[in-house]
Design a protein around this ligand. Structure first.
Ligand code: PEP
Length: 248
């Protein structure tokens, strides 16, 4: 099965109703987007419903987080059921900003990933090393531990897209070279083959995130294990269209 190229836009804590109009209604909806690419955008939670109602049906919408309970006394949290009620199909989990600022552990991310999948969402779990890990030669130890916590909890990998996001490349303008990214993607795929199954390794999309823009997306996309991108800053600009269309 060929892996469909995937481009996600993580708005983080940015955007407003004006951006939904200018970027979604007037830009993404009217642009000619490469039909071989699956596009998903992730606005802040309060804008999910409006974004879903505005975006063309071929554009998916993702939340930036979800909790692992069906409902109840969890002030401030959102459940998979609530997301599905507003027709949101995707969720990003374990973004490095959540791991860093909100102290999300590997285990917590693994449990949330499994719960979200079991409750009908598609999940983009994020993995990636900090600069100090890379410099200490520990990149793959960190990533394998993050993957293991997911694999320990998840039974069915069909609806997972793994995002490899080196923390040193996020929002810094320091993009990984295509070779650096490919090397890690290849090892993630091998880890899946060795620890989950050959089929999951072959079929699971592994996307790169970290200062992707319209100028570097083309070269990165040529690497054989890079199946797309998770884009932060550049997903807030009309240039996001050029990242989606980078392979045309
Ligand atoms: C991200 O937040 O997932 C990200 C990759 O950000 P940026 O593209 O801005 O580096």
């Amino acid at each position: 099965m060929a892996r469909k190229f995937f481009v996600g836009g993580n708005w983080k804590m940015n955007g407003n109703t004006a951006l939904i109009k200018s970027l979604v209604a007037e830009t993404l909806n009217t642009a000619k987007l490469d039909e071989t690419v699956e596009v998903v955008i992730a606005p802040p939670a309060v804008y999910l419903e409006k974004t879903r109602a505005t975006a063309n049906k071929n554009i998916g919408v993702a939340a930036q987080n979800v909790y692992y309970k069906k409902s109840g006394a969890y002030t401030g949290e959102i459940s998979p059921e609530i997301l599905k009620d507003v027709n949101v199909d995707w969720v990003i989990l374990g973004h490095s900003e959540r791991r860093e600022y909100f102290k999300e552990s590997n285990e917590f991310v693994g449990e949330k990933t499994a719960f979200a999948l079991e409750n009908g969402l598609k999940v983009i779990p994020c993995v990636g090393e900090k600069l100090e890990h890379r410099e200490a030669g520990k990149t793959m130890d960190i990533i394998f531990a993050q993957l293991k916590a997911i694999a320990d909890n998840v039974k069915d990998w069909t609806n997972i897209v793994i995002a490899y996001e080196p923390v040193w490349a996020i929002g810094t303008g320091k993009v990984a070279t295509p070779q650096q990214a490919q090397e890690v993607h290849e090892q993630i795929r091998k880890w899946l083959a060795d620890n989950v199954s050959a089929e999951v390794a072959e079929n699971t999309r592994i996307i790169y995130g970290g200062s992707v823009n319209a100028s570097n997306a083309g070269e990165l996309s040529k690497e054989k294990d890079i199946d797309g991108f998770l884009v932060g800053g550049a997903s807030l600009k009309p240039d996001f269209v050029n990242i989606i269309n980078a392979r045309l």
